[in-house]
Design a protein around this ligand. Structure first.
Ligand code: ADP
Length: 264
């Protein structure tokens, strides 16, 4: 009986070992795929604006365009694509700082209405060109809170960028600010493709991208945006809420504590 006991123990150890080995290999393979998808997504995201910038700059440089209005159009495209590139690079830098624990927020007095208005103004050209209408519902009573303006601006840019990317026929975006209990909030809503309840659980995971649906396939992205937004909002002792219905649209809400104790 002692020998049988020993044999069973050896069997259990072997099976556990094989199972652990299988699990690790599976995890490594998954990580390798996530990494290679990320590199290919990001390379694609960087290559497209670079190609456009280089093409339009070359045309301008050769002096082929006689009409001023056409030249203006090309300058606008170059500006827009540069902004897009800088958004991508900011996201990657933010992500690497977050991963290595080097992300530092610099707090100061911020009126969140200014952030929403700045993003709306800076993106105006982009919205018009893509056929989007943006309506804003700003609460003008809001007082300044202790926050990092640049970080929050990046959060709103990421949410607005997603609202544009994941909209189909109805190209409407709503930006809203307000107060709820001890929080001020910034809300970005779209009437786009929406997110299924199953996928909703994962959208804040780093590298996560919903792959289903033709539209989601065509939209470019790195899967980093929302994980960065989540992290930056948590750095403000805030929280982020999402309400979404497939085929109807999504609302992302950043809630920021009115009295947060973070030091400037
Ligand atoms: P990505 O670079 O893929 O846009 P994000 O982290 O910003 O990465 O978003 C993760 C995923 O969440 C996206 O791939 C998309 O499937 C989904 N998603 C984000 N925002 C929206 C939205 N407004 N409407 C529908 N789906 C969205």
């Amino acid at each position: 009986t002692q020998n049988i006991g020993l044999l069973i123990l050896v069997d259990i150890l072997l099976i556990t070992g094989a199972w652990l080995f299988y699990r690790n290999v599976k995890r490594e393979l998954h990580l390798a795929k996530v990494k290679s998808d990320f590199v290919s997504n990001v390379s694609h995201e960087i290559r497209t604006p670079l190609a456009l910038i280089s093409m339009y700059a070359e045309t301008l440089q050769l002096g082929r365009l006689k009409e001023e209005s056409k030249r203006q159009k090309y300058y606008n495209i170059i500006y827009r694509e540069t902004q897009r590139l800088s958004g991508i690079v900011n996201n990657i830098l933010n992500f690497s700082r977050i991963e290595s624990g080097r992300q530092k927020l610099s707090f100061g007095n911020v009126n969140i209405n200014d952030i929403v208005e700045d993003v709306n103004n800076n993106y105006n050209y982009h919205f018009n060109e893509k056929g989007f209408t943006v309506d804003t519902d700003i609460n003008h009573e809001l007082r300044s809170i202790n926050a990092d303006k640049q970080a929050l601006t990046e959060c709103v840019i990421n949410l607005v960028d997603n609202a544009v990317k994941y909209s189909a026929d109805t190209k409407k975006i709503h930006l809203r600010t307000g107060v709820r209990a001890s929080y001020q909030f910034i809300e970005v809503s779209d009437e786009g493709i929406g997110i299924s309840p199953k996928e909703l659980k994962h959208i804040f995971d780093k590298f996560y991208r919903v792959t289903k649906g033709a539209l989601a396939h065509h939209a470019k992205g790195s899967g980093l945006g929302l994980s960065i937004v989540n992290h930056l909002v948590q750095g403000h002792q805030g929280k982020i809420e999402v309400e979404s219905t497939e085929g109807k649209g999504s609302t992302f809400r950043i809630l920021l504590p009115i009295n947060n104790s973070a030091k400037p």
